[in-house]
Design a protein around this ligand. Structure first.
Ligand code: TGC
Ligand code: FAD
Length: 407
């Protein structure tokens, strides 16, 4: 570059400009990915660009979930990419799963949420814990998007402490009678089935599949969210719902059951948040090169460059963390605490990137002309669900000291 900021010839300048926006792969991490990772990622990236980006601001503004996208999500393999293909999943590895979540969240955290719940919180527990008959009954329909699922763990009075849940089942011959309520449940108002966690008469947490038509079961929508507005959220209410014993997962008892599903979803979020951060960074970088003040692009000011340089540094660190987490998961070596560290770091990183990107856009940053404010509002939820920012810090604290600071 010359000192005036212009490249010596137009072709080099054009090439440099294109490279600058090429996926923001600063450390050439694509070199670490296999062809099938790149194929899956690029297919989802293209689909998001065509189907999600053009409509998402309007849906978010109207607080409406774009349900017409469910079939397309199934077709691109977003539902259970890491569940075996014979059960309706994609049969891919954990890195492919992470990259798919990244690309969905580049579009919107709510779209990624929809897919996270369907794959990691509904298909995964059914695949891992249900009887063979139940797997065959539900998984292919979930994988194809014919059925939508939701996951009920959180209760009105038990969020960070799900072990305190009061939703319960009582033995009644060939069924259990389910009573209680769940709160903040992604997809619940449109779900055909819910994976629900409740205490049995011995106080042990059990998992089960509840179908939407079971008498006594309702799923009212929660309104008034300023975050994740394109995702549908509701309650689950159970009033003497008769759940056949065949629907209860036979062998898994205790908090380990739902927490093992959270590990899968938190892993996806650690990758997904990078997508939201990259979309904000991309928008900020482009804007900084186009927007002029004091007779020059704002990207030429040191304070703007500090923001952009720190953003790409943090995104690159998060990408490395996610990639290593993915290789550990593929080798079957990843621990829940390692997943917590990545979820916490990467979501916080994305929120900080969104805030800085918002500043770079000036007043335009608060409008729906750019994706930044929507990502920022979404990420406030992502920071809280699947274990809050502080709960994940305490999980790391517990892991490194051996001392439990939760209660
Ligand atoms: P604690 O005694 O630590 O653990 C109980 C048992 O569970 C085991 N365990 C895990 N197993 C698998 N994966 C994990 N991540 C696990 N974490 C713990 C543990 O080994 C033990 O097993 P065992 O066999 O010895 O009994 O339990 P605690 O009651 O002290 O709680 C620990 C704490 C606070 C970390 C946990 O409750 C927690 O993670 N709280 C946060 C709650 C949360 O994340 N809720 C998320 C709800 S779902 C959601 O938000 C979906 S959003 C979806 C979307 O739209 O994308
Ligand atoms: P609380 O647990 O009441 O926490 C409030 C504050 O207290 C937080 O800052 C927390 O970090 C802090 N705190 C709590 N305990 C401690 C402690 N021991 N030490 C220090 N600080 C502490 N749940 C589902 O089951 N399924 C879903 O599909 C689902 N989807 C969701 C979608 C959305 C849009 C939202 C917002 C939430 C969703 N959740 C879902 C619920 C989510 O997991 C909970 O909101 C989350 O676990 C926190 O619980 P809480 O909201 O009750 O907060």
């Amino acid at each position: 570059m010359h000192s005036n900021g212009h490249a010596p010839n137009g072709t080099i300048e054009k090439k440099a400009r294109e490279d600058r926006f090429q996926g923001h792969d600063y450390y050439m991490l694509d070199d670490l990915l296999h062809d099938d990772h790149l194929l899956a990622r690029d297919a989802v990236r293209t689909w998001v660009k065509q189907e999600v980006s053009p409509i998402i601001e309007e849906y978010a503004e109207r607080a409406e979930c774009p349900q017409h996208l469910y079939k397309g999500l199934a077709e691109i393999g977003a539902f259970g990419p890491n569940i075996p293909a014979e059960y309706g999943g994609g049969g891919m590895d954990e890195i492919a799963y992470g990259l798919i979540m990244q690309e969905l969240e580049r579009g919107d955290s709510g779209i990624r949420s929809m897919a996270s719940v369907q794959g990691s919180l509904v298909m995964y527990p059914i695949w891992k814990y249900a009887s063979e008959e139940q797997k065959r009954k539900y998984l292919p329909k979930l994988g194809s998007g014919e059925f939508i699922g939701c996951f009920g763990l959180t209760e009105p009075d038990h969020g960070s402490n799900p072990g305190g849940m009061v939703t319960n089942i009582k033995d009644d011959g060939d069924a259990y009678i389910l009573n209680g309520a769940k709160m903040w449940i992604t997809n619940s108002p449109v779900a055909d089935i819910a994976v629900v966690w409740a205490k049995d008469e011995e106080g042990k947490i059990r998992g089960m599949v509840v179908e939407k038509d079971m008498p006594g079961f309702s799923a009212p929508e929660i309104h008034g969210k300023w975050s994740l507005r394109a995702s549908i959220t509701g309650e689950l209410v159970f009033e003497d719902v008769r759940v056949p014993k065949a629907n209860v997962f036979p062998d898994i008892k205790g908090l380990r059951g739902p927490l093992s599903c959270l590990s899968k979803a938190r892993f996806g979020i650690a990758w997904g948040a990078i997508g939201a951060a990259m979309d904000c960074y991309d928008s900020a970088l482009r804007y900084s090169l186009e927007r002029e003040q004091f007779g020059r692009p704002i990207g030429g000011f040191q304070l703007t460059q500090k923001k952009l340089a720190e953003m790409i540094t943090e995104i690159t660190k998060a990408q490395l963390l996610a990639w290593r987490l993915g290789t550990l998961a593929n080798e079957g070596k990843v621990t829940p605490a390692q997943i917590s560290m990545a979820k916490r770091n990467n979501v916080h990183m994305a929120l900080e990137v969104a805030r800085e990107a918002r500043q770079i856009h000036g007043g335009m940053g608060i409008t729906n002309e750019y994706p930044v404010m929507r990502h920022m509002m979404n990420l406030e939820t992502v920071l809280t669900y699947e274990g809050t920012h502080d709960i994940h810090l305490l999980i790391t604290g517990h892991d490194v000291t051996g001392l439990n600071a939760f209660s």
